[in-house]
Design a protein around this ligand. Structure first.
Ligand code: PLP
Length: 469
């Protein structure tokens, strides 16, 4: 049965195809990260068209997409150059596998372009289908790497509270956001260990930024000591935490952590699914923004500007040189996905890279990013805003009941969700995450778009504040 036609006949709002879609969605589509209470009541907003920095729903309402779809549609919507590149590739070769010794032109050329743009010796790419599978790949191949070195005990992975690394079973185990685990089982609890988030706003009272950095570094050192360095394979971190509430680490944190990892033969995995491909004004943030070269970089989302699913895990020469040695003559590296190196996704990524370079998108982000951050600081004039933070085109606005005491709103109040609703009513889509309003707009937005987003947030906060306080 395709759809519940009987239910449709009874409840459909109208008989336009878009209303049929709305009803079919309500009856059959289990959405990711859904609150079923509101879903049951309201159903979905059906987004049907998009152009530049805006999206339009089936009721004809147009919004500024201040979250780039979901941190991904970096070059904006409706880019015919990317669509054309995908269409051409689909007509020419839509798919053939890349297992063993077969390849395709876009996947090969993209691998070289990624290696050129990645820092230091990260010259080798394993393709997957998105951020979760790219993180799974990172860990699976790191375990294989240490096995090949005869270091079979090196299995544990240190991740961070509030880090988000995806939703496959293992990537969700890496994820440190408490709410993500509610009601679910956690596999790999003996493998994955979490340390504190680098949350400057919520740092222990009385510590300045430098002391907090020392505190985090000490904690990591102690945890490694506790677990035994010989048992720890890798540390994973987002350069700036995204879904955990846009948390920018204290100055020097990543460099110092990377140094500790090196001293203990622990590989550093930088999850750049959000921060890569220009969001912080560089191809990758690890080296250019935070001054260290990780052993592995995980990329997805912006790599294809969200036009097609694609994940890429970049490995250093040192890791590659170990995993590339066959276990026995003819032995396989037995890891891979049907869609590893999918030609259409890779064509979308090549077109993305061309546009970023041709239009100097990285330079543009370096210009408008600080403007967005500066304008958002104005929101501190609203009493419910406790903190405004971010880096270039990632921003978080944390709402609090009591600014002096940094006291959270109770989750059931849905404070950020109320701001989201008030902003959407005015034509701007932001993302509520707990008590934080998250922004991650397309990289190509202009200062006028930023003004509209910030002005709308002022109005939304003014509307909802009286009921919150
Ligand atoms: N890593 C980070 C930092 C992310 O933000 C996300 C998704 O938001 C993922 C991994 C998972 O990516 P995907 O949803 O493509 O599997």
């Amino acid at each position: 049965m395709a759809i519940h036609t009987a239910t449709l006949a009874d409840t459909v709002r109208n008989d336009r195809p878009e209303d049929l879609a709305w009803q079919a969605d309500k009856n059959h589509f289990i959405h990711p990260y859904t609150d079923f209470t509101t879903f049951e009541r309201e159903g979905s907003q059906v987004i049907s068209e998009a152009s530049g920095v805006t999206v339009t729903d089936t009721d004809g309402r147009t919004y500024i997409d201040a979250i780039a779809g979901l941190w991904c549609i970096n070059l904006g919507h409706g880019r015919t150059e990317i669509a054309d590149a995908m269409g051409k590739q689909a007509s020419r070769l839509a798919y053939f596998n890349t297992f063993g010794h077969s390849t395709n032109v876009p996947a090969s050329l993209l691998a070289a372009k990624l290696a050129e743009r990645a820092p230091g010796p990260l010259n080798h790419v394993f393709y997957s289908t998105g951020g979760s599978t790219a993180n799974d790949t990172a860990v699976r191949l790191i375990h294989y790497y240490f096995n090949r070195l005869g270091k079979h005990a090196k299995k544990k992975i240190i991740s961070r509270n509030d880090g988000y690394h995806g939703s496959t079973y293992f990537a969700s185990a890496l994820t440190g956001i408490h709410g993500v685990h509610l009601g679910f089982d956690r596999i790999s609890q003996d493998i994955v260990h979490h340390v504190s988030a680098a949350n400057l706003y919520r740092r222990p009272q009385g510590m300045d930024e430098a002391q907090f950095c020392d505190f985090l570094v000490d904690e990591l050192q102690q945890r490694i000591h506790q677990l035994g360095a010989e048992n720890v394979a890798a540390f994973i971190a987002e350069p700036v935490m995204g879904a955990g509430g846009v948390l920018v680490a204290p100055a020097g944190y990543h460099r110092r952590v990377a140094q500790i990892c090196r001293e203990n033969e622990i590989l550093y995995i930088a999850d750049e699914v959000v921060t890569g491909f220009g969001r912080l004004g560089h191809w990758f943030a690890s080296e250019d923004r935070f001054g260290h070269v990780p052993d592995v970089i995980v990329s997805a989302k912006g790599i294809s500007s969200g036009y097609c699913p694609l994940g890429a895990t970049l490995f250093s020469d040192a890791i590659h040189d170990v995993i590339a040695v066959p276990q026995a003559p003819g032995g396989l590296l037995s890891h891979g996905f049907t869609y590893s190196g999918h030609p259409v996704s890779c064509a979308a990524a090549l077109a993305t890279i061309d546009i970023i370079e041709r239009d100097n998108v990285l330079g543009h982000v370096r210009e408008v990013g600080p403007y967005l951050q500066a304008r958002l600081k104005e929101l501190m004039r609203h009493e419910v805003v406790g903190d405004v933070r971010g880096d270039h085109l990632m921003a978080g606005i944390e709402l609090v009941r009591d600014r002096a005491g940094r006291v959270n709103f109770a989750p059931e109040l849905g404070a950020a969700h109320k701001v989201f609703t008030a902003a959407r009513k005015r034509g701007v889509i932001v993302r509520p995450v707990g008590n934080v309003i998250v922004l991650s707009p397309p990289l190509v937005l202009g200062k006028a778009d930023i003004d509209r987003i910030v002005d709308t947030l002022h109005e939304a906060l003014a509307e909802v504040s009286p009921a919150l306080l």
